[in-house]
Design a protein around this ligand. Structure first.
Ligand code: AKG
Ligand code: FE2
Length: 322
């Protein structure tokens, strides 16, 4: 890869070729992460909710079943045109492909040293959940996309919440455009191996994540205790349940571990929208007795960061929240 474009990644690759890759290629430590099977996520057409009552009920049932049994689903006909997604994607590609030094010198990269994470927050947040200072870069399609994706997140959250508790105002009162954020990812090719994590196994800490991945794919999730590859559907948006919804639903909806493997030859792009509650919203199971103790999203984020520092992983809800 062009040295000018990727200096921090190049450093990281050096380390990989000396250490982890040997282990990866020896097929032992990491073997379990490399899925052999590819499956389609449950596919739902969201337009069905606007048809007759039977279609609408069936559509909602499919969404709720997928949230319980998979923690993941894919939505088509969701009211976000492929045109908006592809316009945002081309802006993303253009922005990320600028030479590294230009991005760094123009202070587009607002990063702790050694980090290659470059995050775009839509709104100035009162709380910086990821310990990185948010910065904004004006992409003309972002607001258009964000308005639509937020509405869709709210609609899905409503369907999932009402399935459990009847009318619920929790998400409409506590998940606002200003508490959500968008992250655009670029996974550069990793020349040394195709068995390298682009993003390590993790569980999202939000209510819902709405993801669009490009045609490179390589997203994997845990299904029935096994890693499986997610079959590509470029027309679909992928939805997954985060820890907050798992806690709110008292474990009925599942937040599921997932990862991305880098490609050895081609770069990969994705756009992820994190549908979150306000930092001080108290996440409490919709019913008693609850499996998890109640907590604020702020408190939870702090715990996630501490766990990540001390264990190298996001420990999720399992340890101190029961
Ligand atoms: O890039 C992807 O496809 C997945 C990203 C992801 O899982 C995340 O940002 O939490
Ligand atoms: Fe994720």
């Amino acid at each position: 890869m062009d040295e000018i474009v990727e200096p921090p990644f190049k450093e990281f690759c050096k380390h990989l070729s000396g250490n982890c890759v040997d282990e990866v290629e020896s097929g032992t430590a990491f073997q379990k992460f490399f899925a052999v099977d590819e499956l389609d996520l449950p596919l739902v057409g969201l337009n069905l909710v606007n048809l007759g009552p039977l279609e609408s009920e069936e559509c909602k049932r499919q969404i709720c079943d997928a949230a319980s049994n998979w923690g993941f689903l894919q939505l088509v006909n969701q009211g976000i045109s492929l045109d908006i997604v592809s316009r945002l994607r081309s802006e993303q590609v253009k922005l990320f492909r600028q030479p590294f030094n230009k991005k760094a010198n123009e202070k587009l990269l607002n990063l702790p040293s050694g980090s290659y994470r470059w995050e775009h927050k839509l709104q100035a947040l009162s709380c910086n959940f990821h310990g990185l200072k948010p910065f904004t870069y004006p992409l003309s399609t972002i607001d258009e996309f964000a308005v639509k994706v937020f509405e869709m997140g709210q609609q899905i959250a409503q369907i999932l919440a009402e399935n459990l508790s009847g009318k619920s105002t929790f998400c409409s009162e506590n998940c606002l455009p200003s508490s959500c954020f968008l992250r655009m990812n670029r996974y550069p090719p990793c020349l040394v191996s195709s068995n390298v994590f682009g993003i390590v196994p993790h569980i999202d800490s939000d209510f819902l994540t709405i993801l669009h991945q490009d045609e490179v794919g390589r997203l994997q999730i845990i299904k029935d205790g096994k890693w499986i590859g997610v079959k590509l559907n470029p027309e679909a948006l992928i939805i997954n349940i985060g820890n907050l919804f798992q806690a709110w639903s008292n474990g009925i909806y599942n937040s599921v571990e997932h990862l991305v493997l880098n490609h050895q030859k081609v770069e990969r792009f994705s756009i992820a929208y994190f549908f979150c509650s306000l930092a001080d919203a108290v996440i409490q199971s919709y019913r008693e007795p609850s499996i998890y103790r109640s907590f604020s999203f702020r408190e939870y984020q702090k715990q996630v960061q501490e766990d990540a520092k001390s264990t190298g992983n996001k420990v999720g809800l399992s340890r101190s929240y029961r």
